[in-house]
Write a protein that binds this ligand. Structure first.
Ligand code: GDP
Length: 442
């Protein structure tokens, strides 16, 4: 699924992460490439335009997180926008209705409707322990009812006995009665398809809907038909009213245009996707997971999320003010150390900074616990000592070392590091930002 698009997008966004500062022009250029990639993935033009506009607006007006690079922030914005385009949250099949809950399956011939009916029946039984009855209403294709019966038998799902000569509406009525009398939780109606949408088909669907009062009407559409699938969903929704979409043959769809446009164009959620011919080849459509799969940059997204959570604008401003006055004390140092720890330690931070990848190897012997020890040293001091470390006499240093489980030389090392940092910060003068701001590139 989505292989082509995924490859293109990672290529484009990868370039951004390797740069330091980003100008509006850089973001603009990247968005032009993203636009091209989406169009090649067969995403509807309107959807593409709105997508890139939103990303650009968010990127321009975005709060700058100092602990991540601009490229990383753009990736997070693209990710969030993808999630929104795909429908934000997963929308599973809704069974919240009096039993038997009716699910009506609609769609064109060959879209995978019968296979999907059986797949859903199996899933409801396996996952929800729902007693499910399947009924084929396809009286036009001679083998259709038999096909569903066989699938039911193979997967231990009950099917409505076939009565030759009944009309689709008669079968629907019989299925709902059997569902009630048989104590079924769910009845799934597999309606007849056509090669294309026509008036008799729509009338038949409306009739069946009236009789069975379905709680869900799911359109089954073939992902490989791209924008045709999207237009089909629009037509079915206008004529019959659908509650969701199942996209089949996603296993063969490297472009993903239908999946990406469906929600934005039709306003209806994709609930499930078919990923193969087997009865268990059915997956939930979870926008966050799918966006993650498309971008393949979960680490960066998680990093930016963490940084955003930790980002405290007031604290940052206070810190900047202190630095300007050369008042960077040991409590501030401990704060910075804690922040570095949260961001995955030295290795985590180095790996995420552009151009620092190579240096990661040099950190092989680096003991990440050093942050914990340094924080412990600061915590063993009195508040007064933390503000004025020069007060620490030799005897106090020994006490602090014992209190923090370290050695006097560790205490001295920390004090030296603090002095150097405080001097550096004073020298940087009016420049804003903390330790991470200094390491980063914004
Ligand atoms: P219907 O006419 O809409 O009922 O379509 P069928 O259920 O008979 O499916 C038509 C063909 O598509 C069958 O060979 C199925 O095995 C196949 N099929 C259905 N769903 C999928 C899917 O998600 N992936 C793949 N690869 N094949 C599928």
């Amino acid at each position: 699924m989505f292989e082509n698009l995924s490859e293109r997008l990672s290529g484009i966004l990868d370039k951004l992460t390797r740069r330091g500062a980003l100008s509006e022009a850089d973001v603009g250029e990247a968005m032009r490439e993203v636009r091209r990639a989406l169009i090649e993935a067969d995403v509807a033009l309107d959807v593409v335009r709105s997508f890139t506009d939103k990303v650009r607006n968010r990127a321009v007006g975005h709060e700058v997180l100092r602990s991540v690079t601009p490229g990383q922030q753009v990736i997070k914005i693209v990710h969030d926008q993808l999630v929104e385009m795909l429908g934000s949250t997963a929308r599973p099949i809704d069974l919240e209705a009096p039993a038997p809950v009716c699910i009506m399956m609609v769609g064109l011939q060959g879209s995978g409707k019968t296979t999907t009916t059986a797949k859903i029946g199996k899933r409801l039984g396996d996952r929800h322990k729902a007693k499910t009855l399947l009924a084929s209403l396809d009286t036009r294709r001679p083998a259709a009812q038999e096909q569903l019966r066989v699938l039911g038998e193979q997967n231990s799902i009950d099917t409505l006995p076939i009565v030759v000569g009944q009309t689709p509406t008669q079968i629907a009525e019989r299925a709902m009665t059997a569902g009630r009398l048989g104590g079924y939780d769910v009845v799934i109606l597999d309606t007849a398809g056509r090669t294309h949408i026509d008036e008799p088909l729509m009338l038949e669907m409306a009739e069946i809907k009236k009789i069975s009062k379905p709680h869900e009407i799911l359109l089954v559409a073939d992902a490989l038909t791209g924008q045709d699938a999207v237009n089909l969903a629009k037509s079915f929704d206008q004529r019959v009213g659908i509650t969701g979409i199942v996209l089949t043959r996603m296993d063969g769809d490297g472009r993903g245009g239908a999946a990406l446009s469906m929600r934005a164009v039709t306003g209806k959620p994709i609930k499930l996707v078919g990923t193969g011919e087997k009865a268990d080849a059915l997956e939930d459509f979870d926008p966050a997971r799918i966006a993650g799969r498309i971008l393949g940059m979960g680490d960066i997204v998680a990093l930016v999320e963490r940084a955003a959570q930790d980002f405290d604008a007031k604290k940052a401003a206070d810190m900047a003010a202190k630095m300007k006055k050369g008042q960077f004390d040991l409590d501030d140092l401990a704060d910075q150390l804690r922040q570095m720890k949260k961001l995955g330690g030295m290795k985590g931070i180095m790996g995420m900074l552009p151009g620092m990848g190579k240096m990661k190897g040099q950190l092989d012997g680096f003991d990440e616990k050093v942050f914990d020890r340094q924080i412990a040293i600061v915590q063993s001091m009195t508040p007064k000592e933390r503000r004025k470390p020069e007060l620490l006499a030799a005897s106090r240093k020994r006490r602090v070392a014992t209190g923090s489980g370290t050695r006097v030389e560790d205490v001295n090392k920390l004090l030296k590091m603090h002095r150097q940092m405080a001097d550096m910060m004073k020298a940087m003068g009016k420049k804003k930002g903390g330790l991470l701001g200094g390491l980063g590139s914004m």
